[in-house]
Write a protein of this length. Structure first.
Length: 107
């Protein structure tokens, strides 16, 4: 088992910036900058089927950290922004129902 797998966590983050990721091969991708409380990270996520870019900024999301980095069309994605399939089969963000501090861990 590698060391990063031992340190993976699911943390609450707040999306600071979002933009369409037109360079990505997969459709409806977004580039996200996310504040985890103690650090800012990037994430590439296929969210634009069920979310508008303008609605993503300020959203609290759950992020899987410690999984390693992935380079997608020159953009380094550092965390996995969590979603579940909606009725159309495309990702819908997993978000806390109530206000919670950035960086909090899922347990």
């Amino acid at each position: 088992m590698n060391e990063s797998a031992l340190s993976s966590e699911i943390r609450v983050g707040e999306i600071l910036e979002a933009e369409e990721f037109e360079e990505a091969r997969k459709p409806k991708m977004a580039k996200l900058k996310i504040d985890l409380g103690d650090q800012e990270v990037n994430s590439a996520a296929q969210l634009l089927y069920n979310h508008e870019v303008s609605d993503l900024v300020g959203a609290k999301v759950l992020c899987a950290t410690g999984l390693g980095e992935v380079n997608i069309a020159g953009f380094v994605s550092e965390v996995l922004t969590l979603g579940v399939p909606g009725e159309d089969g495309n990702p819908v963000l997993v978000t806390p129902e109530e206000e919670v501090p950035k960086g909090n861990l899922l347990y």
